[in-house]
Design a protein around this ligand. Sequence first.
Ligand code: SF4
Length: 99
Amino acid sequence: MMSRTLTLAQEMSFSQIDDDGVWREDAACRGVDPNLFWANDTAPAKAVCSECLVRKQCLDYALALGPSRRAGGVWGGKDEREIRRMRRRTLEERRSNAG
Ligand code: SF4
C-alpha cells in the first residue's frame, strides 16, 4: 500500500507494470496507421478502440505507464485528458485508502 507521504509524482514513479504484452496480438489497431491515435480528432481512433477485444488491458497499461513514459494518444478508447483524469482519481483513492 502506498504511503500517504508520497507525492503524486513519486507515486507515479512507483507504478508497477505487470504486462507480458500478449494482449497486443488481439489489438484492433494492428495494421492501422498509428498517427490516427495521436491525431487532434480522437473520434476515429476511439471508433477503432470500441471494436477492440483488449480495450481493458490497453487502458490498464496506459494508466500504469503514467504520463512521463507515455507520449499521449488514445489508449483503451480514452484520450489523453480522460486517461490523466482516471489516473489522478486512482491515485487519490489510493492515498485516501492509505490514510
Ligand atoms: S484499445 Fe485501442 S489503442 Fe488499445 S489495443 Fe485496442 S485498438 Fe489499440
